[in-house]
Design a protein around this ligand. Structure first.
Ligand code: GRF
Length: 191
């Protein structure tokens, strides 16, 4: 059995996509959801899906021994950051090097870095007059949005598109590709 741990701060639609994708897979499951936001919808998803969850304050995230213990108790093979709005501490990056991935809603290195999240990303893309955008799934390293890229997928931006329509197209790509990249990593490099 391979276990995925998801870190998320918001709606949790990517977390849900991963949970659903592996529902009928006997050898992979989401064993833990960690959030830094007590109001995050992802906690409701965890409850509905009967997945162990933990609310970890930004300060508590630095409690190295406790956090690593929780992750190892849930036998975490892969950490997926899915809208986690806090930089992950270095000790965690080191411990899970090559076993921690992030998803970003643009074609990095464009429109990444601090402050670039949610609709802001799509607004910036539209304001710049881009004709395409997309998603990036990458390993996490010590620098925000700068780890080695695993996969990018593009979508065209049509004339007159709104932030909402771009956001919908990008989200569809995220929900399709994130579970598949996780599965591929678990089957290949992390077996
Ligand atoms: C996604 O767009 C992801 O790319 C970004 O944060 C968003 C999370 O959305 N890092 P959700 O909480 O999974 O719905």
């Amino acid at each position: 059995m391979k276990n995925i741990c998801i870190f998320a701060s918001g709606a949790g639609s990517n977390a849900k996509a991963i949970i659903d994708y592996f529902k009928d897979t006997p050898h992979v499951r989401v064993s833990l959801i960690i959030t830094n936001n007590p109001a995050a919808n992802v906690l409701r998803i965890a409850q509905q899906e009967k997945i162990v969850s933990a609310i970890v304050s930004n300060r508590f995230l630095h409690e190295q021994q406790t956090i690593l213990k929780v992750l190892s108790e849930q036998k975490c093979d892969l950490i997926v950051l899915a809208g986690f709005m806090k930089q992950v501490p270095d000790y965690l990056v080191k411990e899970y090097k090559g076993r921690m991935i992030n998803i970003h809603p643009s074609l990095l290195p464009k429109y990444g870095g601090k402050g670039m999240f949610g609709k802001r990303v799509h607004e910036a893309v539209l304001n710049a007059g881009e004709s395409k955008t997309g998603i990036t799934i990458h390993y996490v390293n010590e620098e925000y949005d700068k780890g080695e890229i695993i996969l990018q997928k593009e979508t065209d931006i049509l004339p007159g598109e709104s932030v909402d329509s771009v956001s919908g197209k990008v989200q569809a790509l995220e929900h399709y590709w994130l579970p598949r990249v996780a599965e591929n990593l678990l089957q290949t490099t992390l077996h």
